[in-house]
Design a protein around this ligand. Structure first.
Ligand code: 26W
Length: 815
């Protein structure tokens, strides 16, 4: 394929790269696309005109990308995820299009500053936490690595709720993220798909396996896509998000004219409800039928679109798996497996075995959790009602599968019962993780320990049967978003040290910083960057130790343990007001699932303790607790560069990986953590002397529970612990938090009290290190220097080599 100039074919004027060209394009966007003038343009007009101008430059690369990838007819990576936490788009797209300075210049005549305009940028909050943000980092890296890929998701009208604090407790408000529209998306109504639900199946004469599904309800899936530019490369991939619409006939005019206004639109409303709102739970399945509807909607629309794309260049179904790899982001899109079988067998009339061989070579599954309550299972009766044909297909898949198990482990009825896709204990349920393992060619965890525990616990039977199927791909993060954009000061220091920003495409080059750790001038510069970031954050005294715990609230993440440390510090300072205390700012941020009351009690207690300390003249000069509201990607980008200490204190064996731990370490924060998830690999890379380790490891934690764990013993034995819990129970913090103390002294599911003393001792180690500024700064530089491994580019390279078996497709620069 020669050098690419599509416009030659259609004679489209090229987009200039000069300041004047950019200015002209911005003004024409303002005049012709916003229909306003420089004089009367609002800040939002300017924002949207700028967004469209930047988008044009990326769309130009997108056109060349599509042509190059199409011509190459590669194996495509399709990333199916119910969640994407994309973050704000303007700054990213200015960086990836190299138009930041041009934009600042071009806004001047409009009397607007880039900062002012960036504040109007939308953050599509289409995710809950780790899983959603990982999806965004991975599609960014796929583009940066020139991998032909499409992300598929749901365009929820309402994203993750907005969190505000009302008298110290979490309050939730709907997040109408696109209320002002979204200039970064391209609706594509021509690619609408029709999706069925409910109904019944009918036999097809002459075919033992094929069935005709007669849905009881159909909705339309309308896609819109956003551009996913690669960094320092021409590739621009897309993420395609589906929105549910009622069919044209869904508005009942006769009912309307009869004054039955609600009834007239109810069918349309029913349809639109499917993509109305993101489920705000990130670890407990609620088993709502609408959630299964959302999952099937995503899978059916995406599979039909994938098949449409395949048939543009290929006719032989046997090539489908060679041209398509679909990565399932946790079990949420697992129904895609029976859906592909239905399409191949019922609609394209392939025989079962051929269809199955294609299907299981097309899918791969990433598991993101170990919590039993997070592993999705759906009641058989709900499947029967909502997706009758899919249940039939799942039964057939299960029948063939159990025959294979029987062949491998003859007569082992218990193993059959344990492995069956259909759980029989009590209510019959479809085990989505089992279906995902059976219907894919690769299963991976997201950190070494997690993948090991998957093989040895929750999915052990499957690992016994198919050992080669189980892999590990340790998570990673986008260095562009979480270093270059979030921490421009640090990026500049790094680029100066490494002679340019090549490290942003090759993060292992950070290792070259190691030698600079011994350079006092470099250390001084490193410290001044961190201090300036802390001044910007304005969370507390910039010279205090900024101790950060930012993540979703969950008892296994143990924000309650951090709180016990804070209360103990509070007591120690009150007992010794003239002690040589290290000023510390403890910053919490994170949302709790609205129905997760135990987590919400912890939020309430944090704010009560914060208020008590702030009002205490003896303690307040030394200790400050802050709860930053409405944690999201944009707030993370503000907090992470200002952090000194990264709290990764989950009970070992519970956090699949963590990704905040990687972002904080790469920005020079030191980690205090347990041997859990990716903490283990961070410690291995940075060196144990540059990591503050404490607590039981996963094996000891499991042992403690098996041998009978009595949290009260720790309460009896440890005076400081007892004082902290007694203070809570005595109502010392505004009478708040008894529920928290009660659960810790009762069952203490996540061994918080067992790890308390080890944690406190480790925090004293932290303070000893902090007192030695050079030692701390050296450790900080080495954390950044040795964490190149945690780039999402490396993660994607691992998936591409070991699971997707795809190679980059270069996109020619415009001539
Ligand atoms: C059914 C409700 C539900 C919704 C979301 C259950 C589970 C989830 C996600 C799997 C939870 C999640 O975000 N897991 C996190 O995924 C990150 C990316 O791999 C990991 O780094 C975190 O350790 C893991 O908790």
């Amino acid at each position: 394929m020669g050098r690419m100039d599509l416009r030659q074919g259609i004679g489209l004027r090229r987009l200039g790269s000069t300041a004047d060209d950019f200015q002209q394009d911005l003004l024409s966007s303002l005049y012709y696309r916003k229909g306003t003038t420089v004089e009367s343009a609002s800040a939002r007009d300017a924002y949207e005109a700028l967004a469209l101008t930047v988008r044009d430059r990326l769309a130009d690369r997108r056109a060349r990308t599509a042509a190059a990838q199409f011509a190459h007819n590669p194996r495509w990576v399709y990333y199916l995820s119910a969640e994407y936490l994309l973050g704000a788009q303007l700054e990213q797209n200015l960086l990836y299009s190299g138009t930041g300075d041009l934009a600042a210049q071009a806004l001047k005549p409009l009397g607007r500053s880039l900062e002012e305009i960036e504040d109007l940028d939308v953050e599509p909050g289409l995710g809950n936490g780790g899983l959603g943000r990982l999806a965004a980092c991975l599609i960014d890296s796929m583009a940066t690595r020139d991998i032909p890929a499409v992300g598929y998701g749901i365009r929820y009208d309402f994203g993750i709720f907005k969190q505000s604090l009302e008298d110290g407790g979490q309050a939730e408000r709907a997040d109408d993220w696109a209320f002002h529209g979204n200039p970064w998306e391209f609706p594509a109504p021509d690619d609408r798909q029709t999706v069925g639900f409910y109904g019944h199946t009918e036999p097809v004469p002459g075919s033992p396996v094929r069935k005709r599904w007669v849905p009881g309800e159909t909705v339309l899936g309308e896609p819109s896509h956003m551009l996913v530019p690669g960094y320092n490369t021409e590739t621009v991939n897309i993420v395609r998000l589906w929105r549910a619409r009622g069919s044209e006939a869904s508005f009942d005019l006769s009912r309307f004219s009869a004054g039955q206004y609600a009834e007239a639109v109810q069918e349309a409303v029913r349809a639109e409800n499917i993509s109305k709102v993101l489920y705000p739970d990130d670890s407990t399945e609620l088993g709502r039928e609408l959630r299964l509807k959302q999952q099937y909607f995503l899978c059916s629309c995406s599979l039909r679109d994938i098949i449409r794309r395949f048939r543009l260049r290929n006719e032989n179904w046997d090539d489908f798996a060679d041209k398509t790899i679909i990565q399932l982001n946790d079990t949420h899109p697992t129904v895609a497996i029976p859906e592909l079988m239905r399409l191949l067998v019922d609609e394209y009339e392939l025989d079962w075995d051929r269809a199955w061989s294609i299907t299981r070579r097309t899918f791969a599954y990433t598991c993101h959790t170990l919590l039993p309550e997070a592993l999705e299972t759906w009641p058989v009766h709900m499947f029967e009602r909502l997706l009758p044909r899919h249940l039939e297909i799942i039964y057939l898949i299960n029948m063939h599968f159990l025959r294979e198990v029987e062949a491998h482990f003859p007569g082992d009825a218990d193993r059959i019962r344990r492995m069956s896709i259909i759980g029989e204990n009590g209510e019959r349920r479809v085990r989505m993780a089992h279906l995902a393992v059976v219907g894919t060619e690769a299963v991976n965890g997201v950190a070494e320990l997690h993948s090991k525990l998957l093989r040895e616990t929750v999915l052990q039977d499957f690992a016994d049967l198919w050992p080669a199927k189980f892999q590990n791909v340790t998570n990673g993060i986008s260095p562009r978003r979480f270093i270059r954009l979030a921490n421009p000061r640090l990026s500049e220091v790094i680029s100066d040290g490494l002679g340019g920003d090549g490290w942003l495409n090759d993060l292992d080059r950070l290792a070259e910083l190691e030698s600079l750790a011994d350079d006092p001038a470099f250390r001084e510069r490193w410290r001044s960057v961190k201090r300036a970031n802390k001044v910007d954050l304005a969370a507390g005294d910039p010279d205090s130790l900024t101790d950060v715990m930012i993540k979703r609230f969950h008892e296994y993440k143990r924000q309650q343990l951090k709180l016990l440390h804070v209360i103990t510090m509070y007591h120690r300072i009150r007992e010794n007001p003239n002690g040589d205390w290290i000023p510390r700012t403890v910053l919490f941020a994170g949302k709790a699932a609205p129905a997760y009351h135990a987590a919400k009690h912890i939020i309430r207690l944090i704010n009560a303790v914060a208020a008590t300390i702030a009002a205490d003249p003896v303690v307040a000069p030394h200790l400050r607790v802050v709860f930053a509201e409405n944690y999201n990607v944009t707030l993370a980008e503000r907090i992470i560069p200002a952090a000194d200490l990264s709290e990764q204190i989950s009970l070992a064996g519970k956090e699949a990986s963590g990704t905040g731990n990687m972002k904080l370490a790469l920005n020079g924060a030191l980690t205090i953590g347990t041997l859990d998830g990716a903490n283990i690999e961070i410690r291995a890379h940075v060196g144990e002397e540059n990591f503050f380790l404490f607590g039981l490891d996963a094996f000891q934690a499991a042992e403690a529970r098996i041998n009978g764990y009595h949290p009260r013993e720790h309460y009896e034995r440890d005076a400081e612990l007892r004082a902290a819990l007694d203070a809570i129970n005595a109502g010392a913090f505004g009478g708040v938090g008894r529920e928290v103390a009660e659960s810790l002294l009762g069952w203490d599911e996540y061994l918080t009290l067992a790890d308390y003393r080890s944690y406190l001792d480790c925090q004293e180690e932290v303070e000893r290190a902090w007192r030695d500024r050079d030692r701390w700064t050296r450790m900080s530089i080495l954390n950044t220097a040795r964490c190149g491994f945690f780039s999402a580019d490396r993660t994607v390279a691992d998936y591409a080599a070991r699971i997707w078996r795809v190679a980059p497709v270069p996109v020619p620069r415009e001539d």
